[in-house]
Design a protein around this ligand. Structure first.
Ligand code: NAD
Length: 480
């Protein structure tokens, strides 16, 4: 049977943030664009937005918000003089609210695709060579072939499975399944105290699960600045998260409606019995079966797509962006920036990405957010630096409004040039406060520029201003 051929200027594979944004930018630039994606939601419907929207950050922040409200209602709402009687929790409804947020946003993306004349094809794409992609779709019995002048691979990542803790979907679950629990487990263990483990641990802990995080590394959160990581450890511990460091899980098995797991630490081997276990031990690139062997797409030893600094793969006209490439961390906004960069590159516009001003956020309560270099990294290379630290609860807006008012903001600048080298925050709305710091770094601002900028009062943005003043020993709301 002959296969149907369709022709496009650009075919984007994957409709996560990197892919769908890239497709929109391609269409804006006048390219005839198709986007192939095979995500199906739990109702079996096609859903744009990829893991980020359907089973990642967006789902996480929706649940995070519900868990914060529940916690406030059960701990501390009375401080406002508000008494709400018996508070009860309907987790099923919490999950349905999250699902509704996802479904309505996925529909918005589909709508934008329609408005931009982007052809959305539901199915599994396979790169045949640098100009052809085959699509296998359950909706169309014969696979079709897409002829593309340019191809953008944006296939994302998925949770790593551990052979010694096999996912059964009920007792031992992955990080996507952990966003769909219909009851709050009495006891919950999480393998991995990384970004996702902490985000999920905080949510289910606030909903009432006794939560134990098992992290193989001795150091808590190795990516952020050490001062922020130790402040985070102290705050999360006070919230009741049981975080066990240097604890490597070696086996996990479900039986009799429980999970028994063994982990090793410096004191020996320990056994733990819990109602549920979440495996949050990292993510791997979605490159399995992505390219036919004869396409010769180059992957690295961990199956990430090899790209150069312009997101070009080894095949002419084939680009890769987002989580599945060797370039940069797995962050949605990194993928978005790369998706736009590549679309513009195809149009002959060269607008390179400044990876030095790439923000990072961990969606915990309080949030952790940073941009630029850490104090330890700068000291390790003997860079002359000045550091300013400001406690968030010394800020009037935080003091007046935030139930969670702990945390710090830290700014690091070059001792001689005063250039901002890094900003690190743990605290309420850290991700939003950080945006000004990212802009400042993008425009090579100094701490003096921040100090000369008028910030509305009282606002959270003043914390960055105060941190810059603290660096000059002039913070206004700190004792001398
Ligand atoms: P991670 O690498 O951040 O954390 C996984 C942790 O699991 C590691 O610290 C590792 O030491 C630990 N681990 C592995 N095996 C273990 C074992 N047997 N016992 C105990 N600990 C074990 O990975 P993640 O949290 O799954 O996140 C994956 C990626 O996705 C990261 O790059 C992350 O930055 C990204 N991500 C980012 C966001 C965000 O921007 N907010 C959200 C989700 C994911």
């Amino acid at each position: 049977m002959s296969k149907k051929h369709s022709q496009f200027d650009v075919v984007v594979v994957g409709a996560g943030p990197a892919g769908y944004i890239s497709a929109i930018r391609c269409a804006q630039l006048g390219f005839k664009t198709a986007c192939v994606d095979n995500w199906g939601n739990k109702k079996g419907q096609n859903s744009l937005g990829g893991a980020h929207l359907n089973a990642g950050c967006v789902a996480t922040i929706a649940l995070l918000e519900s868990s914060k409200i529940y916690h406030l209602m059960t701990h501390g709402i009375n401080d406002h003089g508000i008494y709400a009687g018996n508070i009860s929790l309907d987790i099923g409804k919490v999950i349905r609210r999250k699902d509704h947020i996802i479904e309505t946003f996925a529909a918005k993306i589909a709508d934008i695709f329609t408005h931009h004349n982007i052809t959305y094809i539901h199915g599994k794409a396979k790169l045949l060579n640098d100009k052809h992609i085959s699509v296998n779709s359950s909706e169309h019995p014969t696979s079709s072939i897409l002829d593309a002048k340019n191809i953008i691979l944006a296939t994302g990542s998925s949770p790593i499975e551990l052979p010694y803790a096999p996912i059964d979907g009920e007792f031992i679950i992955d990080t996507a399944m952990a966003l769909n629990l219909e009851t709050v487990p009495e006891t919950l263990a999480i393998i991995g105290g990384g970004v996702i483990g902490l985000e999920l641990g905080g949510i289910w802990n606030r909903f009432g699960a006794k939560t134990i995080l098992l992290e193989a590394q001795e150091n808590f959160l190795y990516l952020p600045d050490h001062q922020i990581a130790s402040e985070a450890y102290r705050i999360f511990k006070n919230q009741g998260l049981d975080m066990r460091l240097g604890a490597r899980v070696i086996t996990a098995k479900a039986h009799d409606n429980k999970v028994t797991l063994c982990y090793q630490d410096q004191h020996g081997t320990h056994t733990l019995s819990v109602d549920k276990l979440i495996v949050a031990s990292g993510r791997k690139p979605n490159t399995d079966n992505l390219a036919a062997p004869e396409a010769n797409l180059l992957l690295d030893e961990n199956d990430f797509i090899h790209v150069d600094e312009n997101c070009r793969t080894n095949l002419p006209g084939v680009y890769a962006v987002g989580d599945s490439t060797v370039l940069g961390p797995m962050l949605a906004h990194k993928g978005i920036a790369e998706g736009i960069f590549v679309a513009e590159q195809i149009a002959g516009i060269h607008n390179p990405i400044n990876y030095d001003a790439l923000p990072s956020v961990i969606y915990t309560d309080p949030e952790i957010a940073w941009v630029g270099q850490t104090e330890q990294a700068l000291r390790a290379i003997a860079e002359p630096i000045k550091v300013g630290v400001f406690p968030l609860n010394a800020n009037l807006r935080v003091h007046a409004t935030e139930p969670q008012n702990e945390g710090i903001i830290k700014i690091i600048a070059h001792a001689e040039t005063d250039a901002i080298l890094g900003v690190h925050i743990i605290g309420a709305h850290a991700s939003e406060i950080l945006a000004e710091a990212v802009l400042a770094m993008e425009f090579s601002a100094s701490t003096e520029d921040l100090v000369q900028t008028i910030h509305s009062h009282p606002t959270l943005s003043e914390t960055l201003y105060e941190a810059a003043l603290a660096l000059k020993n002039r913070a206004l709301h700190l004792p001398l």
